[in-house]
Design a protein around this ligand. Sequence first.
Ligand code: PXP
Length: 246
Amino acid sequence: MPKLRLGINIDHIATVRNARNRDSAAAPDLLRGAQAALKGGADGITFHLREDRRHVLDADVKRLRAHIKAPINLEIAATEEMKNIALFVRPHAVCLVPERRKEVTTEGGVNVVKGGKKLAGIVNQLAASGIRVSLFINPDAAQVLAAWTSGAAAIELHTGAYALARGASQKRELKRLQWAARQAHKLGMEVHAGHGLTYDNVTPIAAISEIVELNIGHFLIGEALFTGLTAAVRGMRQRMNKARKV
Ligand code: PXP
C-alpha cells in the first residue's frame, strides 16, 4: 500500500488565539503548533484562510509560509480573491472548499458539477503555477467525474457524513467513500480524505488503499489540551500505521 501522509489542520489554534487577540504574534503561536505537529509525525501543515478570516489571518499565512519547510496545504474558497492570494503565496498545495459565512465548519463538498468552467479555470491557473490542486468533494459519482474533467490532480473526500453516522448508516457512508476513492484512483487522481476524523473512526478510512493523505484538525487540537499536540499527532500516526499495516 502507498504511504499515507498526514496533514494537520491548525485552524483551531488560531480560533483559541483570536478569542483574545487577532494578532499573528499572539499566543497560542500557530508556528509553534505547526512545529509540534511535525515533531509528532505530521507530513504537512494545512490551514484554511476563510473569507471572513474567523481563524487564520493573512499575516498567519505569510508567517507560516516563510518559516515552515514542510509542505503547506492552503484551503480556500474558489474565489478571485483567494486564488490571487494562493498565486502570491505559492503553497505546495491548494484545496478548494465551499464556504458559507454562517456555517460552523465546511459542511459539504464543493459542487464541481455546478462550478463548471469557472472552477476549472481556477484549478488550471493554480496548477499552471506549480501548485497541486485538490477539490474537497462529497463521495459522489458525478462529483468525482466532474473533478477529473476540471483537471484537478487530486480530490479530498469529505468524511464528515461518515464521522457523524452510526451503525448501518456509517457502514453505508464508508462504502460510498471506498467506492469514490477507487473511481478517482482509476481516473488517475490522487485521493485524500478528511473532516471529523478521530482516534475512534480513523482506522477504516486509513485502510482504504487508494487514499494517500488525510487532513485532520479539530479532534487533534482538542486532544492536545490533554496530551500536548506532538503526542496527539503521534497517537493518530500510530493508528494510521496500524490500519495500513506499516
Ligand atoms: N479537510 C478540509 C478540506 C477541511 O475543510 C477541514 C476542516 O477545516 C478538514 C479537512 C479537517 O477537518 P477536522 O477539523 O474536522 O478534522
